[in-house]
Ligand binder design. Structure first.
Ligand code: SF4
Length: 436
């Protein structure tokens, strides 16, 4: 820390601000209204105060309370707003600024703030207050998200979890291996305490946000047994091979929404991004999960593969459509700082668009050999509309999730998804900060 700052400083950690009341980033119809990273820090280092997605005037008013340190947790596309927040903090006399979360990997950040945190920061922040938090002692916080089938109407509350850090793979576009290079799991006792809280508040569905669920077999075995013991149904994101390996057990223990990083249905494209995945694995995943009752399968795919022109990109989307997932999330390949993709493209000066707000997976920011940014935009919108129609979403949702769920779980699915879910969602305040 800078000379002169007390050993018991006043520390405020915040996310970016909202420009208007509903200005939340939405991920799969779930607005991001809480900050998992900040919740983890506050749960483990109670001396800090956290401020999640405030309006600008709330942020400015909070600054006036006087802080030794203000830290920001943010993503790449939010850096302009963080610059404005940092300037405001400096103008109000804050002596030290911090930066964390994936946005802190950007090369401009060290000149904007005084200290940069890469990866989980519980221990580093605790040391500012004179103590340590060992990895095995990190406590899991409460964090929830409201999910809407129809945008704007709360359908159910998801109990969020983050159970394991890091990934042993090195897909060329992904920042996780560099951001979370220290791989470890969160202790199960603290996860169980959170599960009990969710259960008590009527939460029926969990969403572990781990980038690659199931990468620690023994830990995941104990974790999923726990999910089953509390009768949760859960959503998870992982690789096709891990889902395939565990499908029967995980389905038995409540997995209902598997989300797979498909990326492409063309093998050359998968190899080009170092995905280390075979298209046959995806097809096998689709075949086997189709037979599982009550499962709703989501694909995450990307367009803008270097080896594909517009026509081949459409062909790729058509293969994905035939694979028969129930819903699709599509993004444009984007080079994020410190990834192998960034290193390769910046070495050849191929990144022409450095506007931070364009780094949210919907813009082409580099010179694609065959496709212009305008064409890519058109392809994205066209492919999204071809893969996800409202009719298909409702039809698949009813037939696979509800009808299949009814056959798998019995009438309890009606109670859980149509009655308890919406009622609990209406009463749970997902923004409320709860710490143990
Ligand atoms: S995309 Fe998934 S599998 Fe690949 S490096 Fe990132 S987290 Fe790991």
């Amino acid at each position: 820390m800078k000379k002169g700052i007390s050993t018991n400083p006043k520390v405020l950690l915040c996310t970016t601000y909202r420009r208007f009341p509903r200005d939340y980033t939405t991920i799969a119809n779930a607005p991001r209204r809480v900050s998992p990273g900040l919740r983890f820090i506050k749960q483990n280092v109670p001396e800090v105060e956290i401020l999640e997605y405030p309006r600008w005037n709330q942020y400015a008013a909070k600054l006036r309370e006087g802080w030794d340190v203000v830290g920001f947790s943010f993503y790449q596309n939010e850096i302009d707003q963080i610059g404005k927040m940092a300037a405001e903090a400096r103008s109000q006399g804050v002596r030290e600024l911090w930066a964390g979360n994936y946005g802190a990997l950007d090369y401009s950040i060290p000149s904007l703030v005084d200290r940069v945190f890469i990866g989980p920061a519980e221990d580093d922040v605790a040391q500012v207050f004179g103590y340590r938090v060992r990895q095995e002692d990190i406590q899991h916080p409460v964090m929830m998200a409201q999910y809407s089938v129809i945008p704007g109407i709360r359908t159910l509350t998801l109990g969020l979890l983050y159970t394991a850090h890091g990934c042993p793979y090195s897909c060329s576009f992904c920042q996780t291996p560099v951001f979370d290079s220290n791989r470890f799991t969160i202790n199960l006792e603290s996860i169980e305490r959170v599960l009990r809280y969710y259960k008590k508040h009527g939460v029926a569905y969990l969403f572990p946000m781990d980038e690659i669920f199931g990468i620690y077999p023994k830990f995941t075995d104990e974790l999923t047994r726990m999910f089953a013991r509390y009768k949760f149904r859960w959503w998870a994101q992982s690789r096709a091979s891990l889902f395939m390996h565990n499908l029967d057990t995980w389905h038995e223990r409540g997995l209902r929404i598997p989300s797979v990083g498909v990326e492409s249905m063309i093998q050359g494209s998968l190899d080009g991004i170092n995905k280390r995945q075979k298209t046959d694995e995806i097809l096998e995943f689709c075949r086997r999960t189709r037979e599982k009752k009550g499962m709703f399968r989501i694909s995450y795919s990307m367009i803008g593969h270097e080896n594909l022109n517009a026509e081949q990109t459409l062909e790729d989307a058509s293969l994905l459509r035939k694979a028969d997932f129930d819903a699709h999330a599509v993004s444009v390949i984007t080079p994020f700082p410190k990834t192998p993709l960034w290193n390769k493209l910046s070495a050849s000066n191929a990144i022409f668009d450095r506007k931070f707000s364009h780094y949210k997976l919907r813009h082409l920011v580099w010179n694609h050999p065959h496709i212009s940014p305008a064409e890519m935009r058109y392809l994205l919108i066209y492919i999204e509309s071809r893969l996800n129609s409202t009719f298909k979403f409702i039809h698949k949702g009813i037939s696979r999730f509800l009808w299949g769920g009814l056959r798998q779980d019995g009438p309890v699915i009606i109670w859980r998804s149509l009655l308890k879910g919406p009622v609990a969602a209406a009463f749970v305040d997902d923004r409320k900060q709860v710490f143990f």
